[in-house]
Design a binder for this molecule. Structure first.
Ligand code: SF4
Length: 253
């Protein structure tokens, strides 16, 4: 099925965060796109009802909020001094960003209105195209890079359209070398060698956000959970999570 792309006028762009949400600890999440072409099989976003799209079609559609930057300008009084998670329900640097540059336009607006904290969250090396802009946020910025496994064959099974592990390694190295605070998002932990994963990323990241495979009700590849049942076995899996948490302090602290 061809990727369905629709331009929409969004009503709002800064979504207030509730305690207990995926990005609690933040005042707002910011999603310039709805939908995500990276199509991770475990993605939790399809669990939220959507009037226009079936959850089974996740990864096959994107809505482009073409007025995203204007909405930030309109709500600029909310931005000052706030903590913003960018993005919680899409990848702000999925490849459609090359066409629309919505994430870049939103960053240009945010910079004018001085948020207290800005966390970018992505799987994509495209963020490097905005590195000079991002550096202007200084100590207020951190970047979370998804790094759920050390094994690119596993990545390709669970995240078929997302950038390779090699690309992500280059990405965390480049961000770290640019002096940008970067953490690893190991969420969910996918089959891997925990020792290799830690050895691979620790030179570049000091902290991590580690989480387990959740939202089984919307998982689109239960066959993979079966295939790697030994790895996901509750006790075994929990031990690996604990080992990771010991090796890499939490990015939430
Ligand atoms: S990149 Fe994030 S939002 Fe996109 S499909 Fe993967 S988990 Fe979902």
């Amino acid at each position: 099925m061809k990727l369905q792309i629709t331009e929409i006028q969004a009503v709002s762009i800064l979504t207030p965060q509730k305690v207990g949400s995926i990005s609690s600890g933040y005042d707002f999440s910011l999603n310039p796109y709805a939908g995500c072409a990276f199509a991770c099989s475990y993605c939790y976003v399809p669990k939220f009802p959507n009037k226009r799209h079936e959850s089974s079609n996740w990864g096959k559609w994107i809505e482009v909020k073409i007025n995203a930057a204007e909405l930030i300008r309109k709500d600029r009084h909310k931005v000052f001094g706030s903590r913003i998670f960018f993005s919680s329900a899409t990848d702000p640097y999925q490849y459609i960003e090359l066409q629309y540059r919505l994430t870049r336009k939103c960053l240009q607006e945010l910079l004018l209105y001085q948020p207290k904290k800005l966390t970018m969250h992505t799987r994509s090396h495209l963020i490097l195209q905005d590195i000079e802009l991002l550096k202007k946020f200084g100590h207020r910025l951190q970047v979370g890079v998804s790094f759920p496994t050390d094994n690119d064959n596993i990545r390709a099974e669970f995240e078929p359209n997302a950038p390779s592990i090699k690309r992500r390694l280059q990405l965390i190295e480049a961000l770290s070398n640019a002096g940008i605070k970067v953490y690893a998002s190991i969420s969910p932990l996918l089959p891997c060698s925990v020792e290799n994963l830690v050895a691979m990323i620790k030179p570049y990241v000091k902290t991590a956000w580690v989480d387990q495979m959740n939202w089984l009700e919307v998982n689109r590849s239960p066959d993979l959970l079966q295939k790697y049942a030994e790895f996901f076995d509750k006790k075994n899996y929990q031990q690996k999570i604990i080992a990771l948490e010991k090796a890499l302090p939490s990015s939430l602290n």
